[in-house]
Design a protein around this ligand. Structure first.
Ligand SMILES: NC(=O)c1ccc[n+]([C@@H]2O[C@H](COP(=O)([O-])OP(=O)(O)OC[C@H]3O[C@@H](n4cnc5c(N)ncnc54)[C@H](OP(=O)(O)O)[C@@H]3O)[C@@H](O)[C@H]2O)c1
Length: 321
């Protein structure tokens, strides 16, 4: 089979498409013909092995699995003798942040890994694009416990996480103010934001409103600059560690000092994310933002594009010809 791989941790230049042995399913595994996947920011972490602590999960000193890819949508071809949950022909999707080897034509997956059936009528590409960013967005929102009527600032409404966060927050009844570049403001409005701030023209931390949650979905701000936007009980969350990893330590400091709180969740409940996203996709309440679609042969190009930090929503890798 064809797969996008690399032999060591490195940059997108090391990604190449080569022939790789097609896996055979073990007793608790399913063999999936991968139809679509995304190249996302988690893939960039698996590729580079950074932050270094990530290598405890992806392999030391080299990547455990040379084949890249953290999410997939495809069709079950074969099941192992102990598998009862799925059968040949099932349309399935899944995600695992330490890597699945899904940037390949075929994938063997243990059924105990996070996986779900794709709702009928949802394309493989849309399913794949509803996994990674939506999973993080959901876990951050869940941790902030925002409910109906809450006001939320989403900094970076165009990323995979930001674009999913806006839709999820609107689903939960929150009012969302988001930031984007001028060219993307209209698109962010269509996701459900009630107001969009052009972050190149206006400093969003200076606006005269308070929020229950400030969510920096692109990790470009700091708690110190955003705390004035938080009302009593308000929470600051960022998708990045921040300068010197400050977002790891701020939750403790702000908890003790009774200031507006900083929270830094470690999103782990992937099955809950897949379950929620399946429901929202099926009911038409979530529509993933897809920027570009590449073929598997163009994997390196896709990684180079995602590395620019300028993708809009999700970048899809299509496996089938
Ligand atoms: N904590 C975790 O577990 C976790 C997991 C995955 C990813 N991450 C991190 O989360 C961040 C977001 O990931 P993602 O996949 O959503 O990002 P992404 O899709 O790569 O975000 C790209 C978007 O960010 C916007 N952007 C760039 N610079 C900006 C700025 N200064 N202010 C506002 N928006 C800006 C751009 O929008 P415009 O074109 O409008 O500028 C672009 O569309 C990444 O830093 C990633 O490393 C964290």
């Amino acid at each position: 089979m064809k797969a996008a791989l690399r032999l060591d941790y490195g940059s997108p230049d090391t990604v190449h498409v080569a022939t790789y042995a097609r896996p055979k399913p073990g007793p608790k595994q399913v063999l999936v013909r991968v139809m679509a996947s995304t190249v996302n920011r988690t893939d960039m972490g698996v590729l580079s092995g950074k932050p270094l602590i990530f290598r405890l999960f992806t392999g030391l000193p080299r990547p455990r699995n040379p084949v890249l890819g953290t999410d997939f949508a495809g069709q079950v071809l074969e099941v192992g003798r102990e598998v009862q949950e799925y059968g040949p022909g099932d349309r399935v999707w899944g995600f695992y942040d330490a890597g699945l080897g899904s940037h390949a034509e075929y994938l063997c997956l243990d059924v105990r890994r996070p996986m779900a059936l794709i709702p009928s009528g949802i394309s493989y590409e849309h399913a794949a694009a509803s996994a990674e960013g939506a999973h993080y967005a959901y876990n951050f929102i869940k941790r902030a416990r925002v409910g109906p009527g809450a006001r939320v600032m989403v900094h970076g409404g165009t990323g995979a996480i930001g674009s999913a966060a806006i839709q999820l927050l609107v689903h939960y009844g929150a009012t969302v103010v988001a930031t984007a570049r001028a060219a993307h403001m209209g698109m962010v409005k269509t996701l459900g934001a009630s107001q969009v701030i052009d972050y190149e023209k206006e400093d969003f931390t200076q606006i005269d409103t308070t929020f229950e949650m400030v969510f920096d979905a692109v990790g470009k701000s700091r708690y110190a600059h955003c705390k004035k936007l938080l009302g009593p009980g308000g929470k600051y969350l960022s998708s990045e560690l921040g300068p010197h990893g400050e977002n790891l330590f701020l939750p403790m400091a702000t908890c003790l000092a009774r200031k507006p709180r900083a929270v830094f969740p470690f999103p782990s409940d992937i099955p809950a994310s897949l379950h929620l996203m399946s429901e929202l996709l099926a009911s038409g309440k979530f529509n993933p933002l897809v920027d570009k679609v590449y073929s598997l042969d163009q994997a390196q190009e896709a990684y180079l594009y995602v590395a620019t930090g300028q993708k809009v929503g999700n970048v899809v890798l299509r496996m089938s010809t």
